[in-house]
Design a protein around this ligand. Structure first.
Ligand code: S3P
Length: 441
C-alpha cells in the first residue's frame, strides 16, 4: 500500500483545453452554508473529494439533508435542505473531519453558539494542526471550547446560546480563521468584524449575499451583524485554481506546452500562482467572464515561453498562492537564480510541514532550498535534469503528492512517489487531466 509509484515522464508537451474540478474552498463553504440555511439550496459543480465529503458528512451529522450525487463530469450536484431556523441537531458521536482543516475550523464557528454539544476530531495530520487560532476568538465571543492539550483536536464545543459580536484583529492572514469567526457571527448578537494583516481569500464574503446575509467590507475589515439565518439559494461552484496551478506549472516547464484551463475561479485572491509564473517568464493570459455567481471566473492559458528565471514573492502576496508554494518551489528549482518566498511561516502548519517537505524533497532532486526566519529560498538549477532516480514522499500531503508527480512527469529526474493516494483529498482527476493534455511528439 505504501510502495512508491513510478511516475511516467510526459511523452511530449502539454497541449489543449481542460476543465478542472470544482474549487475546494468554495465547495466547503457552499455545503456548510447550505446546511445552515433555511430552505433547500441547489448546488452544482461541487468538488467530489475526500475533504469536501468530510464537510458533507458533517452537514448531515448536524441535521441537514444532503442529497448531492455524482454527475457525468465527476462533480457533485443536487440539493441540501438546511437546518435553518430550527438550528442544528446535536450529533450523537464525534464528527470526523478527516484531513480537512477547513471542515474542522469552519465547524468550530458554526457550532459555537447554537446550544448543542459538538465533538470534532480528524486524522493524524489534522490532529496536529493548531486550532487556538479559531477557538481563542470564538471564546472571546462567548463560546466554550475544549481542545486536546489546549491546542489541537479532538475538540468539544459546549452548548452556549449567547454569543456576542467582537472586533477581531487576526495575527495571520487566514481565510479559515476569518470564516469561522464570521460564521459564528451569524449566531452572535451585534456586529462581528475581522481584520487581517493581509487579505486572505474572500469566498465567504462573496457567498454571504447569495445566502441573503449582508456583509460589509470597509477596506480594513469584514463584518456581519447577527443574529441572522442564511436563506437557501442556487449556486454553481467554479473550477479550482489550486488544481489548475499544477497543470499551469507543468506547462510553464515543458517546452512546446500551451494549456488552457476553462471555467476556473479567477478570484485574484487565488491566482497569485499565475502572476508568479508570468513574472518568472511563462506566457500567461486570463480571460475573465462574470458568470453572475459572485465569483470571478474564466479561463487561464499558460504556455512555455523559454527558460524561466527566479523571482521574489513578497509576504503580502503569499495568501493568494499559499497552497501553490510546493509546486511553485518546484518551478523555481528549474529556473535560473534564487527565488525567495517571503513570510511563509504558515506553511509549517499545513497538512504537513511544507517548508521541511520542500527543502527535503528538492534536496533529493539535487536542488538547494532553505529557510531563513519565515522566508523560503530555492536556488534554481536552470532546467538541468538530475539523472539519478529518486523516491519522493508525499508525507500524507496531497499538494506534495501532485508536486512530486509533476517533477517526474516533467522529466526533472526519474521519480517514484510514495503516498500518491492523497491526491483524492483535493484533486481526484489530477492524473486524468495531465494525461489528457499530454501530446505525444
Ligand atoms: C482555505 C484557506 C487556506 C488554505 C486552505 C483552504 C480555506 O488556509 O491553505 O487550503 O478554504 O479557507 P488558511 O486559512 O489557514 O490560510
Amino acid at each position: 500500500m505504501n510502495a512508491a509509484a513510478p511516475i511516467r515522464p510526459l511523452r511530449g508537451p502539454l497541449v489543449g483545453t481542460v476543465h478542472v474540478r470544482g474549487d475546494k474552498s468554495i465547495s466547503h463553504r457552499a455545503v456548510l452554508m447550505a446546511a445552515m440555511a433555511q430552505g433547500t439550496s441547489v448546488l452544482s459543480g461541487v468538488l467530489d473529494s475526500d475533504d469536501v465529503r468530510a464537510s458533507m458528512r458533517a452537514a448531515a451529522c448536524l441535521g441537514a439533508r444532503v442529497a448531492l450525487a455524482v454527475q457525468p463530469d465527476a462533480s457533485l450536484a443536487g440539493t441540501i435542505e438546511g437546518f435553518g431556523d430550527a438550528g442544528p441537531k446535536e450529533p450523537a458521536s464525534p464528527i470526523d473531519c478527516g484531513n480537512s482543516g477547513t471542515t474542522a475550523r469552519l465547524l468550530l464557528g458554526i457550532a459555537a453558539g447554537v446550544g448543542i454539544r459538538v465533538s470534532l476530531t480528524g486524522d493524524e495530520s489534522l490532529r496536529r494542526r493548531p486550532m487556538r487560532r479559531v477557538s481563542d476568538p470564538l471564546e472571546r465571543m462567548g463560546a466554550r471550547i475544549d481542545l486536546q492539550d489546549g491546542s489541537v483536536l479532538p475538540a468539544v464545543v459546549h452548548p452556549t446560546l449567547s454569543l456576542h459580536g467582537i472586533d477581531f484583529e487576526s495575527r495571520i492572514a487566514s481565510a479559515q480563521v476569518k470564516t469561522a469567526v464570521l460564521l459564528a457571527g451569524l449566531n452572535a448578537a451585534g456586529t462581528t468584524r475581522v481584520r487581517e494583516p493581509f487579505p486572505s481569500r474572500n469566498h465567504t464574503e462573496l457567498m454571504f449575499p447569495r445566502f441573503g446575509v449582508d456583509v460589509l467590507d470597509d477596506g480594513c475589515g469584514v463584518s456581519v451583524t447577527g443574529p441572522v439565518v442564511p436563506r437557501a439559494c442556487a449556486l454553481r461552484v467554479p473550477g479550482d485554481p489550486s488544481s489548475a496551478a499544477f497543470l499551469a506549472c507543468a506547462a510553464a516547464l515543458v517546452p512546446g506546452s500551451s494549456v488552457c484551463i476553462e471555467g476556473v475561479s479567477l478570484n485574484p485572491g487565488r491566482t497569485g500562482f499565475a502572476r508568479v509564473l508570468a513574472s518568472m517568464g511563462a506566457a500567461v493570459e486570463q480571460s475573465r467572464f462574470d458568470d453572475g455567481e459572485g465569483e470571478p471566473a474564466g479561463a487561464v492559458r499558460v504556455s512555455y515561453a523559454g527558460p524561466l528565471h527566479a523571482c521574489e514573492v513578497p509576504a503580502c502576496s503569499i495568501a493568494t498562492l499559499i497552497d501553490e508554494i510546493p509546486v511553485l518551489a518546484l518551478v523555481a528549482a528549474q529556473a535560473r537564480g534564487t527565488t525567495v518566498f517571503r513570510g511563509v511561516a504558515e506553511l509549517r502548519v499545513k497538512e504537513s510541514d511544507r517548508i521541511a517537505g520542500i527543502v527535503d524533497g528538492l534536496a533529493l532532486l539535487g536542488v538547494r532550498a532553505w529557510s531563513e526566519g519565515d522566508d523560503l529560498y530555492v536556488e534554481g538549477r536552470g532546467g538541468a535534469a538530475s539523472p539519478s532516480a529518486v523516491v519522493l514522499d508525499a508525507r500524507g500531503d496531497h499538494r506534495f503528492a501532485m508536486t512530486w508527480a509533476v517533477a517526474g512527469m516533467t522529466g526533472m529526474a526519474p521519480v517514484a512517489v510514495r503516498g500518491l493516494g492523497s491526491v483524492s483529498v483535493s484533486y481526484p482527476g489530477f492524473f486524468e487531466d495531465m494525461r489528457a493534455l499530454e501530446h505525444p511528439l
